[in-house]
Design a protein around this ligand. Structure first.
Ligand SMILES: [Zn+2]
Length: 155
């Protein structure tokens, strides 16, 4: 997991920009001259969401949040931010449908990154199982659930 290089200063007042995966959408985001604090994560894992909550907890009321990345990660982060008391209008969502998604392999529990859409197949980078990708995002795993696309050929 990549995380912020600098801790957020207490009472930060500005824009927290959070990106998931390899998206670059947020790089050019205009914060309207306000200070920005960047956080980068591979996926919306429990650790990443905990780091986000902690950053929001240290921030000044009225801080703005920009979330960029695959839809499920962005949604999970938005939910975590709402739990921290942020209002909907304080959160900007930049969905990136083409960002690489992390697929969980139920056979070896490894994760594989893919830019393929849900419904397409991807080879598990660990065990080589052909995984059908789904839209089902597990917040616990921080990944989309894959399933064996060719069960009859696996054994
Ligand atoms: Zn596997």
């Amino acid at each position: 997991m990549r995380s912020a290089s600098l801790p957020l200063e207490p009472g930060f007042r500005g824009v927290i920009c959070v990106s998931f995966g390899a998206t670059d959408d947020i790089a050019g985001h205009d914060t309207g001259g306000q200070p920005r604090h960047d956080l980068r994560f591979d996926a919306a894992t429990p650790e990443a969401l905990a780091a986000l909550r902690s950053a929001l907890g240290r921030s000044h009321v009225g801080v703005r949040l920009v979330l960029a990345g695959p839809t499920a990660d962005v949604r999970a982060a938005a939910a975590a931010a709402a739990e921290c008391g942020l209002q909907q209008e304080e959160i900007t969502l930049l969905h990136d449908e083409t960002a690489p998604r992390v697929i969980y392999c139920p056979h070896c529990r490894a994760t594989t990154k893919t830019v393929r859409a849900a419904g397409e197949e991807v080879d598990c980078q660990e065990c080589g199982t052909v995984l059908a990708t789904t839209d089902h995002f597990s917040r616990r795993l921080g990944a989309y659930l894959g399933y064996s696309a060719h069960v009859e050929e696996a054994s």
